[in-house]
Design a protein around this ligand. Structure first.
Ligand code: HEM
Length: 444
């Protein structure tokens, strides 16, 4: 019978030798091992622990979809993140996750999202007012604010003061930065605790919870129907007819802030960098915008018919997937092809590598949005920027609609030029852009 020995192993000394570079950017190390060892390899990381890296699209499909019942998320997405955002959709497992997913899913259906589109567009246009034409601008902070404001305005369409919003944004980002430090420098865990850094961030999280409780209380007292995400979450009912308790509601709101904010701003930033490098695609989107807006004023119809814009965003997320890895741990022993995974094996799927695998994609490193021309269905088992299976991103339509509005509105107003040599990345919890310097020239 096959054993784990069938999986090629990269020894600990190689990991240690490259550790400084891995801390800066682990992707070249992963790539080299995939090239030398094949699509699945085991990396020994010391203390008798190892991680199985994979860029095998069929194995990803097996783990995330076909045999998903045997897999849970790793402790990074559950325990480590949980202490800052609580126990909600992203961070829970089993029956609790299932009940929450069933409860919240309807709030993300197309019909409901339709009610949010005007607020999303208003938030985007407001953010674009800070763009100064003909200057060199780092667009990441602008798009980061845009993504946060979009989630906030979709949740609370009215009557939330800007001071509260700014504080919530500050706290969400501070907690995320702290988590990145903890994950990247686990050997400093004792110092983070002793120096009070972790407690300081937990106190900030408690403050965010208090702000959110006040907002929810005011909404309940006002007894108005706002048709926003908060309304949906307040009205959503479990199978027994009950609603979410207050703590659970706050957990879910914090999770929507965290999950829906950085991923979207990264994707938008990379998309604008790629568009800056490919003026011809800006012109195609521009022409499409004029045609689409000439045909209808209905925003949802405009979004659904902006096919070129959609292809560009899809190709951008193929080359630069914000969620660049997805991890899982198996509950009981499992087998795939010649391989055996003993219980509790850590599997890490490199979405980045699968999206650029030379056997799966023609000219994998080139920006060719036309490959998604026919809806991209032919790529469904090898393209998953939003994950796959039952834990697929609940906000995928929300994000796509938001990004289509954001890209078409910006391209309608400006021509975008690159003020960088090549696109650089910072792989943290998400794949972040590094040098998004652009120049905007008004089209009018
Ligand atoms: C470009 C933008 C986005 C990308 C690339 C993205 C990517 C992902 C991925 C890959 C997962 C699955 C993780 C896994 O299986 O381990 C996920 C889950 C999730 N995402 Fe997103 N996401 C985006 C935007 C959003 C937005 C806008 C929201 C909400 C407003 C959101 C909310 C969530 C939630 C709540 C989960 C957990 C779902 C569950 O476990 O049931 N995401 N996302």
């Amino acid at each position: 019978m096959s054993t784990t020995k069938d999986i090629p192993t990269v020894p600990l000394n190689r990991f240690i030798k490259h550790s400084l570079n891995i801390l800066k950017n682990p992707l070249p190390f992963h790539h080299q091992n995939f090239t030398e060892q094949g699509d699945v390899f085991r990396l020994n990381i010391g203390f008798n622990s190892s991680v199985i890296f994979s860029r095998d699209a069929a194995l990803a499909e097996y783990v995330l979809q076909k045999n998903q019942k045997n897999y849970i998320k790793s402790k990074i997405q559950t325990q480590d993140l949980l202490k800052y955002v609580g126990k909600g959709l992203l961070t829970s497992e089993g029956a609790h996750w299932k009940a929450q997913r069933k409860l919240i899913q309807p709030a993300f259906h197309k019909k409901q999202l339709n009610l949010l589109l005007d607020a999303i567009k208003t938030a985007i246009l407001h953010e674009y007012k800070s763009i100064k034409p003909n200057e060199i601008i780092n667009v990441f902070p602008i798009l980061n604010d845009l993504a946060f404001q979009t989630v906030v305005k979709s949740l609370f369409s009215s009557a939330v003061n800007q001071e509260d919003i700014n504080r919530l944004q500050y706290i969400t980002e501070a907690a995320q930065k702290m988590l990145v430090k903890e994950l990247r420098q686990p050997y400093l865990g004792w110092w983070f605790s002793l120096s009070g850094k972790i407690e300081k961030h937990l106190a900030l999280t408690r403050e965010a919870r208090e702000i959110l409780k006040r907002i929810v209380k005011e909404r309940r007292a006002a007894q108005i129907k706002a048709n926003d995400l908060l309304d949906m979450l307040l009205e959503a009912r479990y199978e027994d007819g009950s609603t979410m308790d207050e703590e659970q509601l706050i957990d879910e709101i914090l999770i929507l802030f965290t999950a829906g904010h950085e991923t979207t701003s990264n994707a938008l930033t990379f998309t604008f960098q790629l568009l800056a490098q490919h003026l011809e695609w800006q012109e195609k989107i521009y022409k499409e915008c004029i045609a689409v807006k000439g045909d209808t004023t209905d925003l949802m119809t405009q979004i659904m018919t902006s096919k070129v814009c959609q292809q560009v965003i899809e190709e951008s997320m193929r080359l630069y997937p914000p969620a660049y890895f997805i991890d899982r741990v198996n509950v009981s022993e499992d087998h795939f092809k010649e391989m055996t995974f003993p219980p509790n094996s850590n599997l890490l799927f490199s979405v980045y590598e699968i999206h650029r695998h030379p056997n799966l994609w023609d000219q994998p490193n080139l920006f060719l949005p036309e490959r998604f021309e026919n809806g991209g269905r032919q790529f469904s088992s090898q393209y998953f920027p939003f994950g796959a299976g039952p834990r697929k991103c609940i906000g995928n339509n929300f994000a796509m609609f938001e990004m289509i509005i954001a890209v078409s509105e910006l391209v309608s107003q400006y021509k975008i030029y690159p003020e960088f040599d090549s696109i650089e990345i910072t792989p943290l919890i998400t794949l972040k852009p590094k040098n998004a310097f652009l120049r905007f020239e008004s089209r009018n």
